[in-house]
Design a protein around this ligand. Structure first.
Ligand code: NOJ
Length: 559
């Protein structure tokens, strides 16, 4: 297995709209990001994944791109972008852009052309089809959108339907048309020539659809998904992207829905990487990584442990894992995996410990590093997210208004998209202006980056400590995975072995005490020494102990 920069790197995800406002209009921007570079350097990160900065009418806040080669004016100018990349590179931080190429915005020039007439040269950039049934009033097939409802939208002008696996303002690009890939390759080159270091590839495994777009098997959550996830042309398409990416040695991480280990190996096996690595969503207890359905499942430690085991062991020595708890599509982990009330700080540190002691590339989502919690706004008017609104319509029919709101509060993606809580001043220090594009979580008065800086025992300082440890000791990064007490509903205990030594990690996921005894096979208990713990006074050597609520301890046996 080769040691590569991205394997030893810590990534940080910025959702630009909510990170930091630099011009007082209440919307995060590039100027704001530049003002926080010192903060990011001090945290110790090596690379940033930027959620889309491109021009967009904001139906899905940047995941609907209207111009791939322009910066959204709300976020700044191309000159400011170039300046930001330069400044980040000077500080040793790499820049990874979001690449959203399964679909465009319906306001993209290609789609505006395509929808204008059936014989427009851009028509075949997208999927168009006649409706079914009498007078074509039914969609061309039974596929459902990830945002619920049909995946087709009727257009009166040309009396046909177009495919959109997401919102109706996000028409899917048709990769059967080779011109589309030609355009995308040029876009890649445009950004790589600017010096960006890679791409996070949005829903990349949806690019290859079954020819003819046949009906899907009914009765499953996402009808038609067998015809558009991991399709048979994925290698061809990714291979074409690689023709450009490999010239620049660019990093890629593919967002891959319902991915399994064998499928991940299909894309990322070392020596024949179509993608550098992928995001798997299994550990998020997800059926589907999009909010509502996914998070209505309760956190289960046994599920988490199984999924960590399957991925750590499944890719070991063959490919490379990513590690993450949060992103802009998931409600915050504090409040879901651990309590947001009792022992919140210990709980957040426990999750930080697991993230930083597994093999793979860790991604931290903005605000996670100081234990931000979900806002759970009570009023639907306080939400902004298209998926939330579309789900609400469906949920309301099933559960009524209160039942729908209950689920929205718990699961909405907006829980991760509230403005970053920088300090206790007005609007959490996110903006100097009077308003913010989305309401701030009212708990910013106590949970904020400045307060965390000032408190040596904060979640933030613990992240910094873990990041520094991981960077100084490759035993954190590389190595095998073996877990113990697989069936315990409280303990997560694992051993990571490599040429750099053996880590032994003991975690109590219960919000109450739990007894721990080292496994019998660990004859060398006493030789494992304490590296770090989220309590100041954990036993200095591996031994039987009563773990406190959310206690997480890392031991090491040196070679
Ligand atoms: C995945 C992105 O993470 C999500 O935010 C977006 O809504 C969909 N892809 C559609 O682009």
């Amino acid at each position: 297995m080769k040691n590569r920069w991205y394997k030893e790197a810590i990534f940080y995800q910025i959702y630009p709209r909510s990170f930091k406002d630099g011009n007082g209009d209440g919307i995060g921007d590039i100027k704001g990001i530049i003002s926080k570079i010192d903060y990011l350097v001090e945290l110790g990160i090596d690379a940033i994944w930027f959620s889309p900065l491109y021009a967009s009418p904001n139906s899905d806040y940047g995941y609907d791109i209207s111009d791939y080669k322009a910066i959204n004016p709300e976020y700044g100018t191309m000159e400011e972008f170039d300046e930001m990349v330069k400044l980040l590179h000077e500080r040793g931080i790499r820049v990874v852009m979001d690449l959203v190429i399964n679909h465009t915005s319906d306001r993209h020039e290609w789609f505006e052309q395509a929808r204008s007439s059936r014989d427009n040269p851009y028509r075949d950039y997208y999927y168009w089809a006649d409706g079914r049934g009498k007078d074509g009033i039914k969609p061309p097939n039974n596929w459902t959108s990830f945002f619920l409802g049909s995946a087709w939208q009727y257009e009166e002008r040309t009396n046909q339907w177009y495919l959109h696996l997401f919102d109706k303002n996000q028409p899917d690009l048709n990769y059967f048309n080779p011109k589309v890939m030609g355009e995308i390759k040029e876009i890649l080159r445009f950004w790589l020539d600017k010096g960006v270091d890679g791409f996070r590839c949005d829903v990349i495994t949806l690019l290859s659809k079954t020819k003819g777009l046949p009906n899907g098997r009914p009765g499953i959550a996402l009808v038609g998904s067998e015809h558009y996830i991991d399709g048979d042309r994925m290698e061809e398409y990714l291979g074409q992207l690689q023709e450009v990416l490999s010239e620049y040695d660019a990093f890629t991480v593919g967002e891959s829905v319902f991915i399994t280990v064998p499928k991940a190996l299909r894309y990322t096996i070392e020596g024949n990487e179509y993608l550098t690595t992928v995001f798997s969503f299994d550990h998020t207890a997800a059926d589907n990584f999009f909010g509502i359905k996914q998070l209505s499942k309760k956190f289960s430690l046994r599920h988490l442990k199984k999924s960590v085991r399957v991925w750590q062991q499944g890719l070991y020595g063959k490919s490379w894992n990513t590690l993450f708890w949060e992103n802009h599509d998931q409600a915050r982990i504090v409040g879901r995996y651990v309590s947001a009330e009792k022992n919140r700080v210990e709980g957040a540190k426990l999750l930080a410990t697991v993230l930083m002691t597994l093999s793979g590339t860790p991604f931290i989502y903005q605000g996670q590093e100081f234990g931000t919690t979900s806002a759970r706004f009570a009023d639907l008017d306080d939400y902004k997210d298209v998926e939330t609104f579309r789900s609400y319509t469906t949920l309301r029919k099933i559960f009524g208004k209160n039942g729908a709101m209950k689920r929205i509060r718990y699961c909405s993606r907006d829980n991760a998209r509230t403005p970053v809580q920088w300090d206790a001043s007005n609007n959490a220090g996110f903006t100097d202006g009077d308003t913010t594009w989305m309401k701030v979580n009212p708990n910013y008065v106590t949970i904020n980056a400045e307060a965390a800086e000032l408190d040596p025992d904060s979640v933030l300082h613990y992240y910094k400590k873990l990041i520094a440890l991981r960077k100084s000791d490759k035993a954190f990064v590389y190595g095998t995975y073996r877990d113990y007490y697989k069936n315990s509903r409280k303990l997560m205990v694992y051993e990571r072995e490599s040429e750099y030594g053996t880590l032994f990690v003991v975690c109590n996921f219960a919000n109450k005490s739990a007894n721990f005894t080292p496994p019998k096979s660990m004859a060398k208990n006493g030789e494992f020494h304490l590296v770090t713990s989220n309590y100041g006074d954990s036993p200095s050597e591996l031994q039987a102990t009563k773990l406190r609520p959310y206690e997480a301890i890392v031991y090491k046996l040196n070679k």
